[in-house]
Write a protein that binds this ligand. Structure first.
Ligand SMILES: Nc1ncnc2c1ncn2[C@@H]1O[C@H](COP(=O)(O)OP(=O)(O)OP(=O)(O)O)[C@@H](O)[C@H]1O
Ligand SMILES: C[C@@](O)(CCO)CC(=O)[O-]
Ligand SMILES: [Mg+2]
Length: 387
C-alpha cells in the first residue's frame, strides 16, 4: 500500500498563548503545506526520510517493541507514552545536544509514538516508510508541527484501515478530503502528536491543519468563520529559531507565579478577539467605503494592542519588535503569529494600498534580513493527494 497525504500550515490571526488558557482564537490555514509519502513495509521498522530536518534514519524493531510495550489507549482515547521511555530508545540516543539534534529527536519520537500507538490498537505487525517534505518554514510559528502531526495521523489511520481512503474531491482538485467523522478522528490523533511536540497545546493548530479554512476556536470548540474577510496578509519570517514548547512553558511559569498580573493580560487578549470578529463582520458586509475604512482602522489598532500584550507576556523578540516598528513607520500594522520568540509575524494589507507601497515595505524588510511573502488565507485541510 502506498499513498501521499498533505496538510496546511496556519496563521493565528489573534489569540495565540491566551487560547492555551481557554480564551478565544482566530486562525486560518495557509496555502503552504507539508507532504508525507507513506508506504507499508513487511519489515518491522520505521524508515524515515524528512529532508527538511536532514533526517534519514530508521527506528529498529527493538525500539518499536519497547515503545509498543509502553503505549496504551484506544482509538477514540489516545494516551501519550511516558516521557521516560525516551531514555531507552536507541533511535533517540543523543549524538549531541545542539538544537538541530533536539528537533530531530522530537520528530522521531512523535512519529514512532503515533505509529506504535495506532499499530498496537490495530494488532498489525507491518512497518512503514515515510518520505516527508514541507513548503513551510519549520519552527517558525506557521504550524509546521501541526501540519506534520495531521499528515502522520491521517496516514497511519489510513494505513491501519481505521479510516477509508476518501472519495474523489468536490472541485476536481487532486486533494481528496475525508468525511467529517474521519477528520474528527484524525484531529484527535494530530492533537496527540502536538502534545508530544508542544507539551501543553490548545489544539487550535492541529484543528486548522486538519479541517482547513478559517476558524474561531475555544476549548476545543471549532466554529468555521462564516466569512473569511478578503484579508491580504504579508507573512514576515525573522528566521530566528525557537521552540514553541519552551515559549508555552515560559507563559505557564509566569502565570503561575503572578496570576494577578497575567490573567488580566490573557483576558484582554480574549476581548481583542471579540472585537476583531466584529471588525471582520463589517469588512465582510461589503459596507460603504467609510465604514470599511473604519473597520480596517479598528483591525489595525487591535493588531497593535495584541502585539503589545504579547510583548508583556514575554514572548516577543527584538527581531519581531523590529519588524513591527519597520511596518508601522510606513503605515502598516504587524504582530507576531504563533508562539513568538522569533519565527513569524504578519501584517494586514488594506485593499487600497498601492503595489509600490507593498514592494517598498518588502525591500526594507529584506534589507533587514527578513524573509517576506504575500499569502492568501483559507484553503483545504489534510487531504489524500495521491494515488
Ligand atoms: N516537515 C517536517 N518534517 C519533520 N518534522 C517536522 C516537520 N515540520 C515540523 N516538524 C516537527 O515540528 C517541530 C517544530 O514545531 P514547533 O511547534 O516548535 O514549531 P511550529 O509548529 O512551526 O510553530 P508554532 O507551533 O508556533 O506554529 C520540529 O522540531 C519537528 O520536530
Ligand atoms: C502559542 C500557541 O497558542 C500557538 C502556537 O502556534 C500554543 C497552542 O495554542 O498550542
Ligand atoms: Mg507547532
Amino acid at each position: 500500500m502506498e499513498f501521499v497525504v498533505s496538510a496546511p500550515g496556519k496563521v493565528i490571526l489573534h489569540g495565540e498563548h491566551s487560547v492555551v488558557y481557554g480564551k478565544k482564537a482566530i486562525a486560518s490555514s495557509l496555502s503552504l503545506r507539508t507532504t508525507v509519502k507513506i508506504r507499508a513495509l513487511e519489515e518491522n521498522i520505521i524508515s524515515l526520510d524528512f529532508s527538511d530536518l536532514n533526517i534519514k534514519e530508521s527506528v529498529g524493531s527493538g525500539d518499536l517493541t519497547i515503545l509498543e510495550s509502553q503505549v496504551s489507549g484506544s482509538l477514540q482515547e489516545p494516551c501519550l507514552p511516558n516521557e521516560s521511555v525516551r531514555n531507552s530508545l536507541k533511535c533517540l540516543e543523543l549524538q549531541n545536544t545542539n538544537v538541530e539534534c533536539l528537533l530531530k529527536q522530537q520528530t522521531i519520537f512523535t512519529t514512532a509514538s503515533l505509529f506504535c500507538s495506532l499499530r498496537k490498537i490495530s494488532g498489525r505487525k507491518q512497518g512503514v516508510e515515510l518520505v516527508g517534505m514541507s513548503d513551510l518554514p519549520i519552527g517558525a510559528g506557521l504550524g509546521s508541527s501541526a501540519s506534520f502531526s495531521s499528515c502522520l495521523a491521517a496516514g497511519f489511520l489510513t494505513l491501519f484501515d481505521f479510516i477509508q481512503t476518501p472519495e474523489c474531491s468536490e472541485n476536481g482538485s487532486n486533494k481528496r478530503i475525508w468525511s467529517k467523522l474521519d477528520l474528527e478522528l484524525i484531529n484527535k490523533w494530530a492533537f496527540f502528536g502536538e502534545k508530544i511536540i508542544h507539551g501543553n497545546p490548545s489544539g487550535v493548530d492541529n484543528s486548522v491543519a486538519t479541517f482547513g479554512g478559517a476558524i474561531h476556536f475555544q476549548r476545543g470548540e471549532i466554529t468555521p468563520l462564516q466569512c473569511i474577510p478578503k484579508l491580504n496578509i504579508l507573512l514576515i519570517n525573522t528566521k530566528m529559531p525557537r521552540s514553541t514548547k519552551k515559549l508555552v512553558g515560559l507563559v505557564k511559569e509566569r502565570k503561575e507565579k503572578n496570576p494577578e498580573i497575567y490573567e488580566p493580560i490573557l483576558q484582554s487578549m480574549d476581548e481583542i478577539t471579540n472585537a476583531v470578529m466584529k471588525a471582520y463582520d463589517q469588512i465582510c458586509e461589503n459596507c460603504d467605503d467609510v465604514t470599511m475604512s473604519k473597520a480596517y482602522s479598528d483591525l489595525e489598532n487591535l493588531i497593535d494592542v495584541n502585539q503589545h500584550l504579547l510583548q508583556a507576556l514575554g514572548v516577543s523578540h527584538p527581531t519581531l519588535d523590529d519588524i513591527c516598528l519597520t511596518c508601522s513607520t510606513v503605515g502598516f500594522h504587524a504582530k507576531l503569529t504563533g508562539a513568538g520568540g522569533g519565527g513569524c509575524a504578519y501584517c494586514v494589507i488594506r485593499p487600497d494600498v498601492s503595489e509600490e507601497a507593498i514592494e517598498s515595505l518588502k525591500r526594507e524588510l529584506r534589507t533587514r534580513n527578513f524573509e517576506c511573502w504575500e499569502c492568501t488565507l483559507g484553503g483545504p485541510g489534510v487531504a489524500l493527494t495521491s494515488p
